[in-house]
Design a protein around this ligand. Structure first.
Ligand SMILES: Cc1cc2nc3c(=O)[nH]c(=O)nc-3n(C[C@H](O)[C@H](O)[C@H](O)COP(=O)(O)O)c2cc1C
Length: 185
């Protein structure tokens, strides 16, 4: 079996992540991979925010505030879980979709390009030996979180990519059969 195909077939998200995260140099190469996403009219409909170190606590505070605004009756345990969520990895990359008006490229295509960029980050993390997982949850769609992260009108969060060193063994890959999903037409 072709090694590169084998590598691609084995990408696997990792929910349990610890130090170290990718270095600045590694991260730069990961962004280069992300930006090889297919991109109709080369609009580059993405940008990335890196959140690490103590800034993860600030993100946690923002997630907690947003949760409280959404659910004023949320209990302390749920609020604490929101505050601690960003501490689940040494580094988080928020992938932002940046929409623009284009006669041939509707928003859905721009959103798909940014999603491909996020997927590129997952593959690049795997290639460098790091673990990663794409997370959203209600907070990704929450206007308070979007404002707190400095999103402009016409932007949205495609996802939070949690990155770090995988803790524990990789989870088993699902045994999906292409034949169950592919028909010839
Ligand atoms: C747009 C998007 C949002 C996701 N949000 C979450 C999330 O908030 N929490 C979570 O545990 N997994 C989330 N996932 C799923 C994980 O990233 C991952 O794909 C899943 O755990 C399956 O693992 P695998 O990628 O190794 O097959 C999301 C995936 C996508 C594409």
């Amino acid at each position: 079996m072709n090694e590169r195909i084998q590598f691609l077939q084995q990408r696997n998200s990792a929910a349990r992540l610890t130090e170290p995260g990718p270095s600045a140099e590694e991260l730069e190469s990961m962004f280069s991979v992300a930006m090889r996403a297919p991109d109709h009219a080369r609009l580059r409909p993405w940008r990335f925010l890196t959140i690490s170190g103590a800034r993860r606590n600030d993100l946690g505070a923002l997630l907690r505030e947003a949760l409280l605004l959404r659910e004023p009756d949320a209990d302390i345990a749920t609020l604490d879980k929101a505050s601690c969520a960003p501490l689940r990895a040494p580094l988080i990359v928020a992938v932002i979709t940046c929409f623009c008006e284009h006669p041939k490229v509707p928003p859905v295509e721009q959103r798909m390009s940014a999603a491909c960029a996020a997927h590129g980050l997952l593959f690049a993390a795997d290639a460098l030996g790091y673990g990663a997982i794409w997370r959203t949850g209600k907070s990704a769609f929450d206007p308070h979180v979007q404002r707190g992260l400095g999103l402009e009108p016409g932007e949205e969060i495609a996802g939070f990519i949690y990155l770090g060193t995988r803790q524990g063994p990789p989870k088993p890959l699902p045994a999906l059969q292409p034949a169950d999903f592919v028909q010839s037409w």
